[in-house]
Design a protein around this ligand. Structure first.
Ligand code: GTP
Ligand code: MG
Length: 153
């Protein structure tokens, strides 16, 4: 089962975009297997963003990221890591295509509304930062065989 970690960042919560972001993943046929509101700590964000340590924007990732609530989710589906990245759009919203979340709603790289894992390794690591294994649920989506020819669970 392929999983990705998607987070509505604090700017996305403030903008009222939680439902819109969930809707785009649901509409695409992906399955929500975990969701919770989080108040991220700087320590958690340091682990989550460990690849960005030393970058000039690292402090703002920690500072803004810990300034208010965010929504953490795990989405499941074939190709959900790659497809999730394309649903989000380019990191810099100015370059993001219309039709993507960032291309439709964001204008600044430091306020780009949403996070998505960029690889299987990152997804595993990030899910581990924000969720306990027992918080990731298993459920059967009715009609899944009509959604995907590779669904058999
Ligand atoms: P995420 O899904 O949030 O991880 O975005 P990404 O994978 O598209 O981008 P990346 O992992 O390279 O960067 C993580 C986050 O750091 C981005 O979403 C931005 O919010 C922020 N960021 C990245 N590069 C810059 C930058 O050059 N300036 C600023 N201010 N923020 C940046
Ligand atoms: Mg990233």
């Amino acid at each position: 089962r392929e999983h990705t970690f998607i987070m509505v960042k604090h700017d996305g919560v403030q903008r009222g975009l939680i439902g819109e972001i969930i809707r785009r993943f649901e509409n695409r046929g992906f399955k929500l297997v975990a969701i919770k509101s989080i108040q991220a700590t700087r320590a958690q964000l340091e682990v989550h963003y460990e690849d960005h340590k030393g970058k000039n924007y690292f402090e703002s990732l920690l500072g803004y990221g810990s300034s208010g609530p965010a929504i953490a989710m795990v989405w499941e589906g074939h190709g959900v890591i790659t497809a999730g990245r394309s649903i989000l759009g380019a990191t810099d919203p100015i370059k993001a295509q219309p039709g993507t979340i960032r291309g439709d709603y964001a204008t600044a790289i430091g306020r780009n509304v949403v996070h998505g894992s960029d690889s299987e390794k990152a997804a595993k690591r990030e899910i581990d930062v924000w969720f306990k294994p027992e918080e990731i649920l298993t459920w059967h989506r009715a009609g899944a065989q009509h959604l995907h020819d590779k669904y058999n669970e």
